[in-house]
Design a protein around this ligand. Structure first.
Ligand code: NAD
Length: 489
């Protein structure tokens, strides 16, 4: 069993704790590690280390700081398969999905290597005669990230490389359910040779999070997780005067128009709904057919859902892995039952899934809730599992109104061959990520990972220029240099 440690001030440390969370391989049910639940004193040590490292790190020229990231990028690439195997073994997704996750992590390191260009300021000469105005960007200070379980390798990289390149020092708290991936990545971070205290990792759950939210030295916090915790993190950190962004949950709609390429729509929607066992914040969760689209779509989506090969993500040919744990299986199965009690039929039912050879695994096969009712509890509730609700309306206006009446706003997709319909959808729909003939509209590293409504609390997002904005604070300087003073030079 792997021992999970914290990494503080360049050292691997075992916190003195009696509370642990078991880390379970979701496919085999085997306990593969135990996460120590660090108390507030450990956050204190990490914050102190990061604060001590800050003055020298921020004084290092930005082009020197990014050299560490170039090295990290090469190490991530060289160790990609081992990282992906670790992700599969603690998170449940397939090896290919885990490798794809790390592609986006590495892209973010590459984009952050452009920090010399991205963080430079502005100058305007002679805003009045002999007076110049400058805007410079400085680091915010000690920053921290609180991560969820579903992308243990990628999500911290929406933030970490930008925070470091911009001259901040940094603490990450991985999800207690999946600590092994970050532990492996921190072994690479150790090889990179960052100065002590520049980048730290603390394992834990609520007590560690609360200590981060309250610690006066920590100036900026990013969070990704469920909406109720996002809202809590946002409020508490903001009340403490911190800069904060908190990504929350989702319930993403996809609208299918009759003029869509139906085969393409069905396959892409199935990949979105069932990929990563539905545990993606950009997974489509409900499909709305418009007009005649349902004639083909309903049967075809059931066929594709029923034919997915489900199993251990490291076995070849497996298209969908396990969900995170048994509690998640129970929650998803209960929600399928709720959908049925609220009037949906279940033509493809993943409840009670047992995979031969992996009887202790946490599996739910793809499930279709046909004719899910608008306004029902199941229509409002994030399932975070491989379940696709299907609904029907008569017009694109009704479909957009339905999408916009939901609390979440992470992603909305449309399948159509009409440019005018696509334009209307893009214009009117209230969500931060839009897919046109795309099922998972995941922004590249040089675009912000957006999110609206109950899916996001804050202002600037992760990745790209938003991350540069978030991890820098602007300083505006107005200088007067009278002509008579400069004349002598
Ligand atoms: P979660 O909210 O349970 O946990 C996220 C983090 O918060 C973890 O590090 C956990 O230790 C901490 N935490 C949990 N409960 C807490 C509490 N009461 N007080 C303080 N800290 C607490 O989320 P999860 O189950 O790990 O991840 C799944 C959720 O994340 C889904 O809702 C999914 O939609 C969302 N998600 C959103 C995005 C996005 O970009 N919007 C991306 C990935 C995941």
């Amino acid at each position: 069993m792997e021992k999970i440690l914290n990494y503080i001030n360049g050292e691997w440390l075992a916190p003195a704790v009696s509370d642990y969370v078991d880390v379970i391989n979701p496919a085999t049910g085997e306990v593969v590690a135990r996460t120590p639940l660090s108390p507030a004193s450990v956050i204190e040590a990490a914050a102190q280390a990061a604060a001590d490292a800050l003055p020298a790190w921020r004084r290092k020229p930005v082009n020197e700081r990014v050299q560490y990231l170039f090295k990290l990028r090469d190490l991530l690439k060289a160790n990609n398969d081992e990282i992906a195997r670790t992700i599969t073994n603690e998170c449940g997704k397939t090896f290919e999905e885990a490798k794809a996750e790390m592609v986006r992590a590495i892209e973010n390191v590459e984009v952050a290597c452009g920090m010399p260009m991205m963080s430079k300021g502005d100058i305007a000469e002679d805003i009045a005669t002999g007076i110049d105005e400058l805007m410079i960007r400085q680091p915010v200070g000690v920053c921290a990230t609180i991560a969820p379980f579903n992308f243990p390798g990628m999500i911290p990289f929406w933030y970490l490389p930008y925070a470091l390149a911009a001259g901040n020092t940094y603490i990450i708290k991985p999800s207690e359910k999946v600590p092994m991936t970050m532990q492996l990545i921190f072994k690479l971070i150790e090889q990179v040779g960052f100065p002590k205290g520049v980048v730290n990792m603390v394992n834990g759950s609520k007590e560690a999070v609360d200590a981060i939210l309250d610690h006066p030295v920590i100036r900026a916090i990013t969070f990704v997780g469920s909406s109720n915790v996002a809202k809590y993190v946002y409020s508490r950190a903001a009340a403490n005067g911190k800069r904060v962004q908190a990504q929350g949950g989702a319930k993403n709609p996809v609208v299918v128009l009759p003029d869509a390429d139906m085969d393409m729509a069905v396959n892409i929607i199935a990949d979105s709904a069932f990929g990563c066992a539905g545990q993606r914040c950009l997974a489509v969760s409900w499909a709305v057919t418009v007009g005649e689209a349902r004639n083909y779509f309903n049967e075809a989506i059931c066929d594709v859902a029923a034919s997915r090969k489900v199993g251990y993500g490291l076995d070849s040919g497996v298209q969908m892995g396990a969900v995170i744990n048994q509690a998640s299986v129970q929650r998803i199965e209960q929600l399928i039952g709720l959908g049925a009690s609220e009037g949906a039929s279940v033509p493809v039912d993943g409840r009670g899934t047992v995979i031969p050879g992996y009887e202790k695994g946490s599996f739910v096969r793809p499930t279709i809730l046909m004719d899910m009712q608008p306004g029902s509890e199941i229509w409002k509730t994030e399932i975070f599992g491989p379940v696709l609700g299907v609904m029907h309306v008569d017009s694109i206006d009704e479909a957009i109104a339905l999408a916009n009446s939901q609390a979440y706003g992470n992603q909305a997709s449309l399948f159509t061959s009409s440019g005018a319909a696509a334009r209307k959808f893009r214009y009117e729909v209230e969500a931060g990520n839009i897919g046109i003939n795309i099922g998972v509209a995941a922004p590249m590293a040089f675009f912000p990972f957006s999110g609206w409504k109950e899916s996001f609390y804050g202002d600037m997002h992760g990745q790209g220029m938003d991350a540069v904005e978030f991890f820098t604070q602007k300083k505006v300087v107005v200088e007067r240099w009278p002509k008579e003073w400069t004349r002598k030079f």
